[in-house]
Write a protein of this length. Structure first.
Length: 427
């Protein structure tokens, strides 16, 4: 188990054991977020097995959905994952510092004058616009860079991607050879809905256009798309949220293991009389003499205010001394009140930890109380927690790793002067 923090902040004492040192370091935090990298690996392997013979990549954008992109990338790479997807070049830079060898695709596309950044860290843009493609071509011709790129085709999301007619227009260029395109991909709109007719329409459209990209691997399925069956899996699948425990099959039981455990510290206990209110606005009123535990986490830590309770609505629950206890009143920026009246005396005291996520409270349950989805719940978890990584054969220093050197990477191309306008493409 490794704590991700700076050792200069928490100096190690030679008089204490490693466990005591870690406990002393954790005492400085109101909450502790633990990421089970063995569970991430188990989820990836389950998805990989489901998608055989397709390659199983990993989407680790948004700091691996809040779980730590560098730590997750290292663990999955050791487990055999060879392809990663991120959203931005900056995310790619951090991941490349952690894993020198795998293929990294940047979903956010290509902007003029950014080619050198891609080349410097040997990652690949996902191109979804004809202007992007023209600018990428110019960069590659001027510098001789041949690092590869993906083509994103829109089959119904109406977000990013070439239209079907635009994709059709570049097929002669692709089939002419030496095109540098290493993947053709699209994205499903409603993969979590097994019987959505949109799935079949997108599959038919993508299968038709992808078949014309001769020799180029194809990718369509996200986490939920993997469970739509073999026709959706093509050559590569791109799971994201399922890796981190979000249910990819919401119409059935969750096949994924839980990855994140979140605990918060009790900073005070207090007793109030029947009829007294709790929290901002006085929206929750005690119906009996009530014992409260105040914990040191709030909406500034990503525990949404929407999970509050009032006199007419029950909010989220946390686990205190092994028992579920309800939130009492509005969630504040830094604090939450919990009704612990039904616990035995002294079961919860100042300094004890309570569980907000884990021990039966799933990320999907928490997201329900937040009024959102598991994706947003995970990516909103704040930066004030102590973060602990366990499993995954982690060999991580306590300090943040420095950016990887360029040793072993393709040479950085020289600065170039971009043309005033990109060359036209067909169609």
């Amino acid at each position: 188990m490794t704590m991700a923090s700076d050792p200069k902040t928490h100096p190690q004492s030679g008089l204490l054991s490693a466990e005591a040192n870690q406990a002393a370091a954790l005492a400085a935090y109101g909450g502790v977020l633990t990421v089970d990298l063995d569970a991430v690996i188990a989820n990836w392997r389950k998805l990989e097995k489901t998608a055989v013979p397709a390659e199983c990549s990993a989407v680790i954008k948004a700091d691996a959905y809040g779980c730590g992109a560098e730590q997750v990338a290292r663990a999955l790479n050791k487990a055999g994952c060879k392809t990663f997807f991120v959203a931005t070049i900056e995310e790619a830079r951090k991941v490349r510092a952690a894993v020198p060898e795998p293929t990294i695709y940047v979903l956010g596309g290509y902007f003029q004058n950014t080619g050198e950044h891609y080349a410097r860290i040997n990652c690949r843009p996902v191109i979804g616009d004809l202007n992007e493609l023209a600018e990428w071509d110019v960069f590659c011709r001027r510098t001789g860079w041949n690092g590869g790129a993906a083509i994103h085709i829109d089959t119904g999301m109406n977000r990013l991607g070439l239209t079907l007619s635009e994709a059709q227009a570049i097929i002669p260029r692709i089939n002419a050879g030496d095109h540098g395109i290493t993947l053709v991909m699209s994205h499903l709109v409603s993969a979590e809905q097994l019987n959505s007719p949109v799935n079949a329409r997108q599959l038919a459209a993508f299968r038709s256009i992808a078949s014309e990209f001769a020799g180029v691997p194809a990718a369509l399925a996200n986490s939920s798309g993997i469970f739509l069956g073999a026709p959706f899996q093509f050559d590569l699948v791109r799971p994201g949220a399922a890796l981190y425990g979000v249910n990819p099959t919401p119409e059935a039981d969750n096949p994924m293991q839980q990855v994140v455990d979140l605990k918060a510290r009790i900073v005070q206990t207090r007793t109030i009389e029947r009829g007294e209110s709790v929290g901002y606005g006085g929206t929750w009123t005690a119906r009996r003499p009530t014992k409260l535990a105040i914990i040191a986490v709030g909406y500034a830590d990503g525990y949404f205010r929407a999970a509050s309770s009032n006199d007419g609505t029950r909010g989220a629950e946390v686990i205190v001394a092994g028992k579920r206890c309800p939130v009492a009143g509005r969630i504040s920026m830094d604090l939450i009140a919990i009704d612990i009246t039904d616990l035995p005396p002294n079961a919860a005291r100042r300094g004890h930890m309570v569980t907000l996520l884990g021990d039966g409270i799933t990320v999907d349950e928490l997201a329900h109380h937040f009024g959102t989805i598991g994706y947003e719940a995970l990516t909103s978890l704040g930066h004030r927690y102590a973060r602990i990584y366990k499993g995954g054969n982690v060999e991580e220093p306590l300090a943040k790793p420095e950016p990887a050197s360029n040793a072993g990477q393709p040479p950085t191309p020289p600065p170039i002067e971009q043309p005033a306008a990109p060359p036209p493409l067909p169609g």
